[in-house]
Design a protein around this ligand. Structure first.
Ligand SMILES: NC(=O)c1ccc[n+]([C@@H]2O[C@H](COP(=O)([O-])OP(=O)(O)OC[C@H]3O[C@@H](n4cnc5c(N)ncnc54)[C@H](O)[C@@H]3O)[C@@H](O)[C@H]2O)c1
Length: 263
């Protein structure tokens, strides 16, 4: 019960990693605001948790919307201690069109930055003034912010910006007892990932890992909960990779694994 008496906000809480974090924090005693751009999804996750959860609707890219959601949560539960800024633009119309740079639609770039970077900044901007007892902020980044790839340059660049943002937030508000870290997953087996990836793509991802299993949303939620808890009271300004070893090795390892798997 590491979060007994505390109040948490999770953005993008309507599914995947955010929903798992909301459930995890609530299971450890927190009262949780589940915020999502999809009201029905936020409501469904909050209802399943019970009275310890409160559904909020917001578009994190929109300042008024984000400020109102944070204020509504503090009004409802009376305080704010933990923030998991996790929402990202992952839909087909943005992430799905984030391919090569040479013919990239600038609207794809702008919406990616608006949700993934401006959104994280706005959540921090409107949460910190309420975190009067100190607390912890965790932002969901990605290994795509640490390495290059043949597509998703907007997404990867936005996550690299998040890795920078956590260092600034940690530095600016450390004196208030507020810590700020990022978690950087590789593939996480959310419902979205499961339906979007065919067997061949999943096999390619398996060849990139050194562990036999991929991460689940609950694995990431466990790391978020650790970073948000007092057990991590000396950890701040860090991007913690949770990728089953995907970025731990030389590229040859993946080539060899893929060859072995398809032989
Ligand atoms: N699943 C993976 O493999 C993976 C890997 C690395 C990083 N991530 C990161 O994890 C985070 C969560 O993603 P997920 O995999 O759980 O995906 P998901 O699609 O299950 O969840 C994302 C949630 O964010 C919400 N959302 C989207 N735009 C929003 C906005 N503007 N305002 C508020 N809410 C919004 C969506 O409605 C959705 O419920 C993201 O930051 C993503 O970049 C995921």
């Amino acid at each position: 019960m590491r979060f007994e008496g505390q109040v948490a906000l999770v953005t993008g809480g309507g599914s995947g990693i955010g929903a798992a974090t909301a459930r995890r924090l609530a299971s450890e005693g927190a009262r949780v605001g589940v915020a999502d751009i999809r009201p029905a999804a936020a409501f469904q996750v909050a209802s399943a948790i019970g009275p310890a959860a409160y559904a909020l609707t917001c578009d994190v890219a929109d300042e008024n919307s984000t400020a109102a959601a944070v204020a509504e949560l503090v009004e409802h539960f009376g305080r704010l201690d933990v923030v998991h800024s996790n929402a990202a633009a992952l839909g087909r119309e943005v992430f799905g069109r984030d391919a090569g740079l040479l013919d990239l639609d600038v609207e794809v770039w702008d919406r990616t930055m608006a949700v993934n970077v401006r959104g994280a900044m706005l959540v921090v901007k409107h949460a910190v003034p309420h975190m009067t007892n100190g607390g912890a902020i965790v932002i969901t980044s990605s290994v795509s912010g640490l390495v290059g790839d043949a597509d998703h340059a907007a997404y990867g660049t936005s996550k690299a910006a998040v890795n920078g943002l956590v260092r600034y937030v940690a530095t600016m508000y450390g004196d208030r007892g507020i810590r700020c870290n990022a978690v950087a997953p590789a593939l996480v087996m959310t419902d979205t990932a499961r339906t979007a990836m065919g067997p061949e793509r999943l096999a390619e991802k398996a060849a990139e890992r050194v562990l036999p299993w991929p991460a689940t949303p609950e694995d990431v939620a466990a790391l978020v909960a650790f970073l948000a808890s007092g057990e991590a009271r000396c950890v701040t300004g860090q991007t913690v990779v949770i990728d089953c070893g995907t970025t731990a090795h030389r590229p040859e390892h993946a080539v060899r694994s893929w060859r072995d798997a398809t032989r």
